[in-house]
Design a protein around this ligand. Structure first.
Ligand code: NAP
Length: 287
């Protein structure tokens, strides 16, 4: 008998990922704090739970795609929280980007109650989430992750096993440091080109004509040309992730000079108007 899947967190990413689970033929129950975001999935055939508790009572495997640790804690705890249901024997796959230490603690704490916890953040943004081509970075019990692979591959093109609990989150932070560095680099080089009187289009054409060409730069090209930044990966999320990177570097006792600067540029206390735009809007800070 096919297992019943639960999905909590129907934001930019979760909406598309849950849709792909449904398309793959799984029985799916969804929950989102702002209930209107569940409407399209309900029309497509998902059951909508009224609380995380209700969802947990129906589902053996529960996927979380939430902002960060605060949101995960809010979903797990409280009278109608996920953990208020009997979750023994169930699996929680946390696909949210969170600090590795948080993932390790969650796996340990819930593991003591017979719950399997996998950290499985993703590389790839809104469009790969829609296309089902995310790269899934999995940490935790290897046998459990192997068993979950068909489900994970309904949302992604690859599952990369990173190691024990927390290593999926570690991998995600390393990848996002590179992502932030590359985006800021492109923004800064574009700014120099423009300040030198070059046309933005011509500069970006040169970038994509040579060895620097890459999918990220291609995806962000129109945003930089039009100076408009509809959110795919919101600035707000890159800002929180750079804070996690800096904390991780401090805990590991290593020096990451560029990350420190990125954590200042991607300021989590920036105005909402900036936080809600795509992270390519880092270019607007250089003006
Ligand atoms: P999003 O659109 O902002 O959605 C966030 C989700 O978390 C929403 O469902 C939101 O519910 C929920 N949430 C936030 N705080 C909550 C709370 N206190 N209690 C209950 N629910 C809460 O984010 P997203 O872009 O889908 O990203 C989700 C995760 O994936 C983040 O960790 C992000 O860093 C990571 N990620 C994002 C991308 C990307 O390109 N967007 C790529 C890779 C990884 P409401 O709808 O009620 O606000």
């Amino acid at each position: 008998m096919q297992q019943h899947i639960g999905f909590i967190g129907l934001g930019i990413m979760g909406q598309a990922m849950a849709g792909n689970i449904l398309k793959a033929g799984y029985e799916l129950t969804v929950y989102n704090r702002s209930s209107h975001k569940a409407a399209a999935l309900a029309t497509a055939g998902a059951t909508v739970a009224l609380s995380p508790k209700e969802l947990a009572e129906r589902c053996e495997i529960i996927i979380l795609m939430l902002t960060g640790p605060e949101a995960v804690d809010a979903i797990l705890g409280g009278g109608n929280g996920l953990l208020s249901a009997d979750c023994k024997g169930k699996t929680i796959i946390n696909m949210s980007t969170v600090p590795p230490a948080y993932s390790r603690e969650l796996a340990q704490q819930l593991g003591a109650h017979g719950i399997t916890v996998i950290d499985a953040p993703v590389s790839g943004s809104k469009i790969p989430a829609e296309l089902g081509t995310l790269v899934i970075l999995a940490g935790g019990d290897e046998t459990a992750i192997k068993q979950l692979e068909p489900l994970l591959l309904s949302m992604g093109s690859r599952v990369i096993y990173c190691g024990e609990a927390g290593t999926g989150s570690s991998m995600k932070l390393a990848i996002n440091l590179l992502l932030g560095t590359m985006m800021e680099g492109l923004a800064e080089a574009t700014h120099l080109a423009e300040a030198s009187g070059l046309a933005t289009e011509t500069f970006l054409e040169v970038v994509s004509a040579g060895a620097l060409a890459c999918p990220l730069f291609k995806i962000k090209e129109q945003m930089l040309i039009t100076d408009s930044y509809p959110p795919q990966f919101p600035f707000r999320h890159m800002a929180k992730d750079m804070q996690y990177v800096v904390e991780e570097a401090q805990q590991s006792g290593i020096s990451l000079p560029v990350a420190n600067q990125l954590a200042e540029l991607f300021d989590p206390n920036a105005p909402d108007e900036l936080l809600d735009r795509d992270f390519a809007a880092v270019k607007s800070l250089l003006k």
